[in-house]
Design a protein around this ligand. Sequence first.
Ligand SMILES: [Cu+2]
Length: 364
Amino acid sequence: MPLITAAAETPLNMTKGVTAVSQDVYQLHMTIFYICCVIGLIVFGVMFWSIIHHRKSKGVKPAQFHESTKVEIFWTAVPLLILIGMAIPATQVLMNMDDTSEADVTVLVTGSQWKWHYKYIDDDVEYYSLLATPRAEIENKLAKTDNYLLEVDRPLVLPIGKKVRFLMTSDDVIHSWWVPEFAVKKDANPGFINEAWTRIDEPGTYRGQCAELCGKDHGFMPIVVIAKPDTEYRAWLTNLKAEQAQAKAEEQKLLAMSMSMEELMAEGEKVYLAACAACHQPNGEGLKGVFPGLKGSPLTIGDINGHIDIVIHGKKGTAMQAFDKQLSLRELAAVITYERNAWGNDTGQMVQPKDVDARIKSAI
Ligand SMILES: [Cu+2]
């Protein structure tokens, strides 16, 4: 249908997407839109035609059809038939979207303030996906690029032509995982698991966003999906597993070594800006009444173990998350050292990966 093709190219319209379901959703949306247009034309057409041709100044006497059973049956039956006509295809599409059975790949998607976590259930691989747009762009110090606020450090990688099931949940508040090109938009609720699925037809990079207002950085937790042919996806997965195993092995080696203050501070600043600055602010002063400052705080200049514990375990009942699974031992050591020595905190104290490891192990 040329009209439908033309409509899909309009930036104001829904996208047709890259899955069979997204095309169905698009067709359904257009069909119902055209039905609405026809109804609008008929209703307003008859109304204006009547107003103009049957107006009082022409001497027209109004027709009387109060309590006409025929008319009442007609104007009840016609909308009912139209609604049934719309409900049948809509229900078919919804039932198809709801059928998550026989999936080839299952990914557990967990939202938290303000990042996504992906876990490939069958392959025992998991990682966090964080906003990668540079702070300088956000603060208008650099020109904004095309994918401003739509870039992440580690995208979700999926195979094309396979049924992928998503299990959605949240660690804190309600988020919503939305990728328009897959027609997938599902709430991620704490304590619940919602399901959705997709089968991507074309390889490519697809972007989305959190679609449920979830706090201060709701607009800073984008989604990037890279769809690859199955063999490339498998190779990526094998590679990632090897990388993660190697990182673990290196971390073990690191336990025997000590990092220098310069190394810790340089890495700590990077980690701080990526993981902590959203709440505690780049200058360590926090946001009054919302997020505590770390500059000159008893936490960062006082007991070192208490500081390590809060970073690794988080603080119950507050927005402070547990970072033991989000950051490596090296990153944790660096960021804690940074917090204890930046902004004039100057404790001169260093935290080594083995110190963090010892606190994690002491809690088990
Ligand atoms: Cu969110």
